[in-house]
Design a protein around this ligand. Sequence first.
Ligand SMILES: *Cc1c(COP(=O)(O)O)cnc(C)c1O
Length: 400
Amino acid sequence: MDRRHIFPTYAPPAIQFERGEGVRLWDDAGQEYLDFISGISVNTLGHAHPDLVKALEAQSRKLWHLSNMFDVPGQSELAQRYCHLTFADRIFFANSGAEAVECALKTARRYHFEKGDESRIEIIGFDGAFHGRTYATINAAGNPAYLKGFGPALPGYKKLPFSDMDAFQSALSEKTAAVIIEPVQGEGGLRPVSPENLNLMRQLCNDAGALLIYDEVQCGAGRTGKLFAHEWAENAAPDLMATAKGVGGGFPLGMCFATEEVAQYMVPGTHGTTYGGNALAMAVGHAVLDHLEKPEFLSHVQKIAKQLREGFETIQSECAGTIEEVRGKGLLIGAKLSVPNIEVRNAARDAGLLIGVAGDNVVRLAPALNVSCEDVAEALSRIRSALELVKSKQSASEQA
Ligand SMILES: *Cc1c(COP(=O)(O)O)cnc(C)c1O
């Protein structure tokens, strides 16, 4: 593994994965791993799903790319399908989560501009948020570590404590363009926003004339057992929503969903992308949605999520001093640990289980949504062993 000519932004472990199938990955030595992180909530149907392979292969023989200067095959149909299933009237296709969020932020500011309210530029975000790595998205999330060294913070971004509805209410003003929030915080430590708070935020945004943006890049695409996570709240439909990751099942695809009211102003010349929503992405996007839109697919997610949550709770009660709190929603699940999360992630990997970490000393799981009960049981047993190993090492070193 000679990474000398790659930007040193990542430091992966010395494993060379070669092949995947379902929730399994194999390295070049033939070692098998259970993949319970799925490229961070991306491989919705696991690796090499036959329907996705078929869709991509078939499209690859017809047409790859046109750019959006022509009508791209599959776009109208995929937009129509998603709009039919959600609050949205229109969709902008992009390649990634950050681009989908950028589109939402630009659309929000443009809306107020077109309404003659040019001073409404403020975007309110929350502690622990993650919205991507572009300039606008690092400013929207306001994580100091991600802003450091990249020049002055952009004007018009404000950050509030997570879940503090009083602070939220007083922060809204005639300057607020939009509020951006993940219905379930991913990177920030798997923190769901309660349905009551989402409903309340919707109401307060309406009263203040501010737009509500959801970042469902990680928690969308069926991950919580609803097509989109905010659907767990009854009266909390947003004006704009960014999604990506899982909707492409491993092919780069981002989408910005919008109501007609806000999308109407994004006319030719206001925004664009070369690759966004190309024909290959559309073919895969349709094949992923063929699965996501089935009620029995989402009820499977809910069933498996219950099994995982209960499994974590059992470990919490039986292995003292390992799990502080079970976290997350649906199959974006994990735990805040009492032992170091990175050590547990590494011990799990040594035991053939791939999991992730998140802020607040959390271990994060995001398996393929079609994972079986048997594979979940095996993963839970490997997590338990990893936790016990790290715990016993810690106890040994404390005694020494
Ligand atoms: C991953 C992620 C993003 C950024 O997506 P990219 O595809 O990496 O640009 C934005 N928001 C959330 C909530 C994410 O988890």
